[in-house]
Each structure stands twice: as C-alpha cells, then as structure tokens.
Ligand binder design. Structure first.
Ligand code: APR
Ligand code: PHB
Length: 390
C-alpha cells in the first residue's frame, strides 16, 4: 500500500490530522494498535480551549460539540476552606472554554473519517517505522498474523506516550525532560448533574476538582497518594472525601450517585525534543505529557496537529518545506508554555508530602496575590484560555 502521510496512532491527534489533510486533498492511512471499541471507550480530558474549538469546527467535526458542549466564561478556585476566585478567561483574555469530552471528540472524528472514506487500520500489531532519514520511509505492521508494508512520503507519530514512534528516534538525537509528582488523581465519572462551574480546590486534605462532561455527567477528582488502591475507595468514601475538600456551600451542592468509571492517574511532566527526526514528525502525547491540572494535554495535541497539518498542506500544495522545517521549534514553544503553566498550577493547588510550613505560606501568599491582583489574573487567564497559535 502507498499513501502520502502514514499516521501511527488513532487517538485524537492521529484522527484529527488525517481529517485536516483529507479536507485539502492529501491522503493518509492511520495504523491503530487497539480495537475501535477500546479507543472510543477511554475516558480522558474534557476542557477545550477556544483555539481547539475553532480547529475542530474547521475540521468539520464541530456540530455535536456546538450542540452538546457547555461554554464557560472561566473556572473557579477555592482554598483555605472559604476563599474563592473566578478565573474569568472571557473577561481577561476574551476567550471562553468549552466543556466537551475527549471521548465524544474521538467518536465525532471516527464518524467523520468513516463518512469520507478515511482508511483506518484497527488492531495493527508490531507497527514499525523504517528508513525515516531517507526520502522513502515506510511502515510495516501485522494484521491477523500477516505482515504488510505502507510506503509514504512522511510519517506522523501520533501514538501517545507508550507508542513506537518516539523510541524509533536514536537516543543520541533526542533529549527528554521529565518531572514526576509525588501523588495521583483518583477520578470518577457519575451520571449526576455537575456543579454549574468547573472548580479547583486547594485544601489541607489535598487537591480536589469538580468538572463535567454534560448536563447529566459529572467528573470529579481528588488528589491521592501514588500507592492508592481503588478497592479502598467505594463510592461513599469518595463522595465524603470530595465534599470535605470543598467549602460547605459548594459541598452541599454536589449531587452524589453511583460512579460509572473510577481510575487513578499519576501526575507527570515530560517533553521530548526535537519533535522531528528525518521524515518522522511527533504530535500529541507521543512527544509530551503534562499533569492534568489546567487541562492542557488534549489542547496541546490539537495545536501540534494544527501546525503539522499546515506544514504538510504547505508542502503538498505550495511545494514548500518551510513549515515542515520549523514545525518542531514552533510546536515546542507552545508545548513549553503549557508545560510551565501546568507545572505552576499543579504546584499552586496540591499539597505536597514534603511541603514545609514555609512552602505552605508561600503557596497561600500566591493564591492571595492572585485573588487581589488583576494583573496576575490576566496573566493566568491568558495561559488558561490557551496561548495563541503562531
Ligand atoms: N501502534 C499503533 N498505534 C499505537 C501504538 C503502536 N505501537 N501505540 C499506541 N498506539 C495508539 C493508542 O492505542 C492510541 O489510540 O495511539 C493512540 C494514541 O492516542 P492518545 O494516547 O490518546 O494520544 P493523542 O492522540 O496524542 O491524544 C492526546 O491528550 O488529554 C490528553 O492524554 C490525553 O489522549 C489524550 C491526549
Ligand atoms: C476534566 O474535566 O477532566 C478536567 C478539567 C480540568 C482540569 C483537568 C481535568 O484541569
């Protein structure tokens, strides 16, 4: 088989890239390791920057998002059991946020790719890129035990943190940066009406977050130790702990019910540089991971794909490699902006096991300063709402 862009990974990054290329007449094939049911069943992020909303609309997959997603002017922060602040991104950055699940975006993208005859090979095993520094790269993979070869002009590595693309770059040509946080988030999804706004809580018992997916689907998280066992957290215990971390009036508004999903995710920051090696280009989680605080993971995957699709379009339509050549540097500027912001917000909102009294006081001073300074809020809003695309 032959195509123009071989895409490894059928998560949001790979699907969106294939869709944006198709709209400009550029061919691609997606090779996805898992079954479609598995990919669509994953519960992941849910807060979109307005730049992401616009890219999804331009990709022709905005219809359900505009109908079912919930636009917000910003996000709440509460601390010390009583203090509160609204990070008003609409007022200070002129941009709203959209609560709409990655699960739904993935469904919308699959539906759009299918409707347009997009080629997605599910359950592709042993996917391996070859000759990536030559002008004729190719990918081999297996389906039902048989080996196939996909020849292409370029390879897009959209296969997430555990994929094959990043490891196929020689270690001597790749630099990685990592920070591991000493806790995780225990999250649940429940078919109950959410609080009207997304609210982050810094509490002495640990961080908590109230979020949403739809008017009848809530997403809540609590900070937990890394060795937490899910079996120790029946729903009743989760709700009790969650409520204990919010001010009483907000806790009283939380509607509890049975959870339909419960999982633990460790927090980590990771960036790999560069995001290009020969004819292989990395996008999304394949190149970087941010802690979930600030909801930047999916938004970064979308901005990478926006830059990468523009680069391929410029190459195929205008015969220029200008954007392909600047892709890594341009994408990394935005990646580091979001990595810094996610790290900063994580430091601001969590309780660290080794925190001294001094650390606690400076954290509280940071929150008080944010609450009292319009300049500080404007800066946070600019980053929370999403830095502009170059
Ligand atoms: N071969 C083929 N496909 C693979 C391989 C492989 N060796 N390894 C992984 N994949 C597939 C995964 O099964 C997954 O469907 O690549 C896809 C990667 O998707 P994601 O992990 O969702 O990554 P990405 O598309 O970059 O999405 C961005 O933003 O909110 C965050 O982490 C969240 O998934 C989200 C991400
Ligand atoms: C979520 O809804 O899953 C969510 C919201 C805000 C965050 C992180 C996750 O900062």
């Amino acid at each position: 088989m032959r195509t123009q862009v071989g895409i490894i990974g059928g998560g949001p990054a790979g699907l969106l890239l294939s869709q944006l290329l198709h709209l400009k007449g550029i061919e691609s094939v997606i090779l996805e390791r898992r079954t479609r049911a598995y990919v669509m069943g994953r519960i992941r992020a849910g807060v979109l920057e307005w730049g992401t909303v616009e890219v999804l609309r331009d990709a022709g997959v905005g219809e359900r998002m505009d109908r079912e997603g919930q636009a917000h002017d910003g996000t709440g922060i509460v601390w010390a059991g009583k203090n509160r602040l609204f990070i008003d991104t609409y007022k200070y950055a002129g941009k709203r946020l959209m609560a709409y699940g990655q699960t739904q975006i993935t469904e919308d993208l699959y539906a759009a790719r299918d409707a347009m005859g997009g080629v997605i090979i599910d359950e592709a095993a042993k996917v391996t890129p070859h000759d990536i520094t030559s002008d004729t790269p190719y990918i081999t993979y297996q389906t039902q035990g048989e080996t196939h070869r996909l020849d292409c002009d370029y390879i897009a590595g959209c296969d997430g943190y555990h994929g094959v693309s990043r490891p196929s770059i020689p270690a001597s040509s790749l630099r990685t940066f990592e920070k591991v946080y000493p806790f995780g988030w225990l999250g649940i999804l429940s078919e109950t009406p959410p609080l009207p706004e997304i609210v982050y809580a810094n509490h002495e018992r640990g961080f908590a977050l109230a979020s949403m997916r739809s008017p009848m689907l809530s997403r809540y998280y609590i900070q937990c130790p890394l060795d937490t066992n899910l079996d120790d957290w029946p729903d009743e215990r989760f709700w009790e702990e969650l409520k204990a971390r919010f001010p009483v009036d907000l806790a009283d508004q939380i509607v509890t019910g049975p959870s339909i999903e419960k999982s633990i995710a460790p927090l980590r920051s990771f960036v790999a540089e560069p995001m290009r090696y020969g004819r292989l280009f990395l996008a999304g989680d394949a190149a970087h991971i941010v802690p979930p605080t600030g909801a930047k993971g999916l938004n970064l995957a979308v901005s990478d794909v926006y830059y990468l699709s523009r680069a391929f379009i410029d190459f195929y339509v205008n015969k220029s490699t200008r954007y392909l050549d600047s892709y890594s540097a341009m994408a990394l500027r935005r990646v580091w902006g979001a990595a810094r912001f996610s790290w900063w917000l994580s430091m601001l909102l969590h309780r660290f096991p080794d925190q001294t009294e001094f650390d606690r006081r400076t954290q509280e001073a940071d929150l008080d300063y944010l609450a009292s300074s319009e300049a500080a809020q404007r800066s946070v809003c600019e980053q929370y709402a999403g830095l502009p695309f170059e």
